[in-house]
Design a protein around this ligand. Structure first.
Ligand code: SAH
Ligand code: TYD
Ligand code: ZN
Length: 417
């Protein structure tokens, strides 16, 4: 077996899937860790890296040009709690029910392994059904939330070595599942070898992540930050699977998190691909999603949207309006730092996550406050950083709009609603 994934130094400018050249098409500059919310004593000691995105002309995978060491991002104090959204709780309950009714129904003693189980949002339903499961979760704090609810959690990164260890102790898995986690893992070669080791002969590897097709269509450049290393398409995932002895057998578009695709991989020739795979591949070809020109046009739109957003915020300030923000998302680190949005343009950010409250946002140091403070302050405008949860949040904050508050959105376009 090769050395652990984290200790090997990758070649800069080389595709982390196929090893060929990666060509940069977008540079978002020097950025802080997107989920590092600061206490005042952390100011001056922040970690920065260069956020730039490139495209592999060979396998078409879109990926970051620079990797942030994983221990800097995923640790005891990782603040993101998956269960903070009721829409996401229902989405993952439904996902689990579907596995229980299909892949996990026909075998005796079925086994499902999840990468990045976080606070147990999906495995909760599996636990309730009494089905054997294991969640990999390197971020100890959120992992313990899941464990405290009787979910089996391994505080570890999934990679070749840890996958082999699970295989040795517990046998093969019928389902390996990862939501918003596979795109977080630059050491894809190690992960895919791990999947090969752990997956049952007729098992499936299912993962869902933000879809490059939606990012390009909506110019949602804030999906680009340290934790999102890969931006998948059916084409790039298909190539990646092929290189690992696997095959893309199903795809499903999902509305969550601003547009995602759920990919299903099986061992080569184990299952016939569904017609949805060919259909999405054809759509991607039609849209030119793997053409450098499409990605360059996207990069130009990103710069335009930045200019539009900054111009709007400056105008509101000049008119004496008060502006706050809503949702201290990881995504907003890219927006605030790339656009240069500090407290002179946005007074504070409201967020329901206790681990983010009373801290400062990474890089631009916007104070993060609980929703009660937002309600009391009643700003004239609220910049919706958590635009992917727009419906849920606008429902919750009905009073804000009723009293004349206006929402500012910047996806797919900068606009006030
Ligand atoms: N699945 C949840 C959490 C997504 S956040 C959801 O969709 O809401 C990504 C999670 O992946 C984090 O909790 C992080 O700690 C975890 N993670 C990062 N690298 C990992 C790896 N190599 N193996 C397993 N989990 C990982
Ligand atoms: P999210 O968009 O899910 O992810 P990311 O951090 O990866 O960009 O983050 C949503 C944030 O918004 C999270 O910090 C919780 C917060 N939030 C609220 O404050 N109120 C809400 O009603 C919801 C749904 C989220
Ligand atoms: Zn490649």
């Amino acid at each position: 077996m090769s050395e652990p994934a984290s200790t090997r130094k990758p070649d800069p400018g080389r595709c982390r899937v196929c090893g060929n050249d990666v060509v940069k098409f977008l540079d978002l500059g020097r950025q802080p860790l997107s989920d590092a919310f600061l206490t005042p004593k952390d100011i001056g000691h922040e970690f920065f890296y260069r956020l730039a995105v490139g495209f592999c002309a060979d396998c078409t995978m879109v990926q970051l040009m620079e990797e942030v060491p994983r221990e800097r991002m995923f640790h005891q104090d990782y603040p993101y709690h998956s269960s903070g959204s009721s829409v996401m709780r229902e989405h993952f309950a439904e996902t689990a029910r579907r596995f229980l009714e299909t892949e996990l129904a026909d075998t005796d003693d079925p086994f499902i392994v999840e990468l990045g189980c976080n606070d147990g949002i999906m495995l909760k339903t599996v636990r309730d059904a009494g089905v054997r499961h294991l969640g990999f979760e390197p971020s100890g704090g959120v992992g313990r939330l899941a464990a405290s609810e009787g979910i089996r959690v391994r505080e570890d990164f999934f990679e070749e070595r840890t996958a082999a260890d699970v295989r040795g102790r517990e046998g093969t898995a019928d389902v390996i599942y990862a939501a918003n986690t596979l795109c977080h893992i630059p050491y894809m070669d190690s992960v895919l070898r791990g999947v090969d080791t752990l997956l049952a002969p007729n098992g499936v590897f299912v993962f869902e992540d933000p879809y490059l097709g939606d990012i390009v269509e909506r110019t949602s450049f804030d999906q680009i930050y340290d934790e999102h290393f890969f931006f998948f398409t059916a084409r790039s995932v298909g190539e990646m699977a092929r290189g690992a002895g696997l095959e893309l057998v199903d795809v499903e578009r999902l509305p969550v998190h601003g547009g995602e695709v759920r990919y299903t991989l099986a061992r080569a020739e184990a299952r016939p691909p569904s017609p949805a795979v060919a259909a999405l591949l054809a759509e991607e070809a039609e849209r030119g999603l793997a053409d450098p020109g499409t990605l360059e046009a996207f990069a130009n739109r990103v710069a335009r949207h930045r200019d539009d957003l900054v111009a709007l915020l400056r105008r509101l300030r000049a008119e004496g309006r008060t502006v706050a923000a809503y949702g201290a998302t990881a995504k907003s680190a890219t927006v605030t730092n790339y656009c240069g949005i500090g407290t002179e343009l946005v007074a504070f950010v409201s967020d329901s996550t206790p681990a983010k409250q009373d801290r400062l946002s990474p890089g631009m140091h916007l104070p993060v406050v609980p929703p009660e403070v937002f309600a009391k302050a009643r700003p004239d405008y609220a910049l919706l950083f958590a635009w992917n949860h727009a419906e849920e949040i606008m429902r919750k904050e009905e009073d804000f709009a009723r009293d004349g508050g206006r929402w500012i959105l910047y996806v797919p376009e900068v606009r006030v609603v």
